[in-house]
Design a protein around this ligand. Structure first.
Ligand code: DQQ
Length: 540
């Protein structure tokens, strides 16, 4: 097992061992950030008795593991304490709603609350004796009813939650109203529905400000606000969102009709990132997003290494005021507290068809900020093309075009026998306008042969006078990348066998045939986070 321990991350959240999936009930309470997660205490794969792991933190970087918050010990959650969300009531009370898979594998919703609200660590949890509080309603499949959201208030002072489901192949979100979280009324009609999308897991619903960069508490509405619905599509295992407006009276989400956003068409992340959930951090007045980053190696390898999955770096979520048509995601500012020594490279020229080694020493734990400019001549001389570039199918970082690909090779070894390119590919469209794609190519990332080595990515809007910019967090087996201030995010899991520990390097590359690229790069070595195991003699 120790042979595989290098794959463990240094500043991403992980339990000490075993399987983890969805983030659950994140919140800030009495000075502590709480994080719960789907956890299998019995092994490194998902199982039919998932429980809630629990950890607390002052800054969402350093963590203290706590005892399991809830285990599968009641008839109504015997086959799993599944995903749920926290609601903090105006008087400070914490309400936890979660899905239970019953002894007959029916999906029901349950209520839980802290046994001792004066304990800031909220170690003990009580399940409401009247559980379940909701059964699948008529017309909804017994196994298609899960993952209640954080509740939000109506102007009449009632609480609403939404729960994902499906009608045949149409993904749907149901809404319930409640005053006490024990009895609920199903609202007629659907909050949102998109044909062909299948089961909606882990629905999220929240406001974002059109004016300021602060986050908004979940119940905020008004003219300065847009709303977001996010769903996790069970059929294709990606998280999709739409921006739109919330019609409180008719209990409906109305998506904006941007061309990329037909109902639920935008992705949070074009790599591996699923079952995500936001919460409003009233400590810092921001909305923070957590996402589950699974594995791309085999189950066999996961069992051998004794653990599976990490969580994304928590990301602030805001509306992109410049485009108005997408969110921005950015690593929470606390990440910077891990930055150690930095190396700065200013205006390096990267010739077409070359690589430039960035001499920074070891390169397994990095925070990278880079900017790129394509030389004007190449931009002018390049002929227009109507070929659609797609990260996943256009040949990756080795496929050369006039204006790309160029970017960074992370988790590379000296000989470039293993490396993961994170890059831009620019095309001059038939209208003369530049179109940029942002990709992460895993095809050369590892000599291991049981690894999924897809190429991830998507287009990224680049506005007039903007340089191409990227932020990349490298942490042993995860590469989390954010282009143009977080307009497009791509997360990769990679499993190098040579580019590990002291052998890992960082390069710039430019595989364009015409463009000369000027790059400025700032690289920080990153400290490891303290993620303390729970000690049973520890007093809260
Ligand atoms: N994971 C949970 C479910 C949820 C799914 C079970 C999404 O509640 O729908 O572990 O990954």
């Amino acid at each position: 097992n120790s042979m595989l321990s290098w794959q463990r991350t240094a500043f991403h959240f992980q339990p000490e061992r075993n399987w983890m999936n969805d983030p659950n009930g994140p919140m800030y309470y009495k000075g502590w950030y709480h994080f719960f997660y789907q956890y299998n205490p019995c092994g490194a794969i998902w199982g039919n008795m998932i429980v809630w792991g629990h950890a607390v933190s002052r800054d969402m970087i350093h963590w203290l593991h706590l005892p399991l918050a809830m285990v599968a010990d009641q008839w109504y959650d015997k086959h799993g304490v599944w995903t749920g969300s926290a609601t903090i009531l105006p008087d400070g009370q914490v309400i936890m709603l979660y899905t239970g898979s019953t002894n007959e594998s029916v999906q029901v919703q349950n209520l839980a609350y802290p046994a001792d609200p004066s304990d800031p660590l909220l170690v003990e949890w009580v399940k409401y004796p009247g559980n379940p509080v909701l059964f699948p309603p008529p017309g909804i499949g017994a196994k298609d009813f899960r993952d209640p959201t954080t509740a939000w208030l109506t102007s009449e002072g009632k609480w609403r939650i939404t729960i994902g489901s499906k009608h045949n192949k149409t993904g749907i979100a149901l809404v319930y109203e409640t005053q006490d979280f024990k009895t609920f009324d199903l609202i007629d009609g659907l909050f949102h529905a998109v044909p062909g999308t299948g089961m909606w897991e882990c629905v999220d619903f929240y406001p974002v400000s059109r004016k300021v960069d602060n986050g908004l508490d979940t119940s905020i509405t008004g003219v300065d606000v847009k709303h977001v619905v996010k769903v996790s599509l069970d059929d294709d295992r990606h998280d999709y969102y739409a921006l739109g407006s919330y019609d409180e009276k008719n209990v409906k989400f109305i998506p904006d009709n941007f061309k990329n956003d037909v109902g639920i068409g935008l992705r949070y992340d074009y790599g591996i990132f699923y079952a995500s959930k936001t919460f409003y951090d009233h400590n810092k007045g921001r909305r923070v997003l957590w996402g589950w980053i699974g594995e791309l190696d085999s189950e066999y390898a996961d069992i051998a290494k004794g653990w599976a999955s990490v969580q994304s770096i928590p990301r602030t979520v805001t509306l992109d005021k410049k485009t108005g048509s997408n969110l921005l995601q950015w690593p929470i500012e606390e990440v910077k507290s891990l930055r150690l020594r930095s190396d700065e490279f200013k205006n390096l020229t990267v010739q077409a068809g070359s690589t430039v080694s960035l001499d920074i020493g070891t390169a397994t734990q990095l925070d990278i900020e880079a900017e790129f400019e394509i030389d004007k001549e190449a931009l002018q001389n390049t002929s227009q093309s109507n070929v659609e570039y797609k990260c996943s199918t256009s040949g990756g970082a080795s496929q050369r075009g006039a204006l790309g690909p160029f970017g960074l090779l992370v988790l590379a070894d000296d000989d470039l026998s293993e490396y993961t390119p994170v890059y831009f590919y620019v095309v001059k469209g038939s209208d003369g306008l530049l179109k940029a794609s942002f990709c992460s190519d895993q095809s050369r990332s590892s000599f291991a042969n049981d690894v999924n080595k897809q190429i991830f990515g998507s287009i990224v809007p680049v506005l007039k006078n903007e340089k191409l910019s990227v932020r990349i967090l490298v942490d042993h087996s995860i590469v989390e990348s954010f282009a143009q201030g977080g307009r497009t995010s791509v997360t990769s899991r990679v499993y190098p066998t040579r580019a590990i520990y002291g052998a890992a390097r960082l390069f710039l590359f430019n595989n364009a045939t015409e463009a000369v690229v000027t790059a400025s790069v700032n690289v920080w070595q990153m400290n490891s986070a303290f993620i303390h195991p729970f000690q049973s003699d520890q007093k809260s």
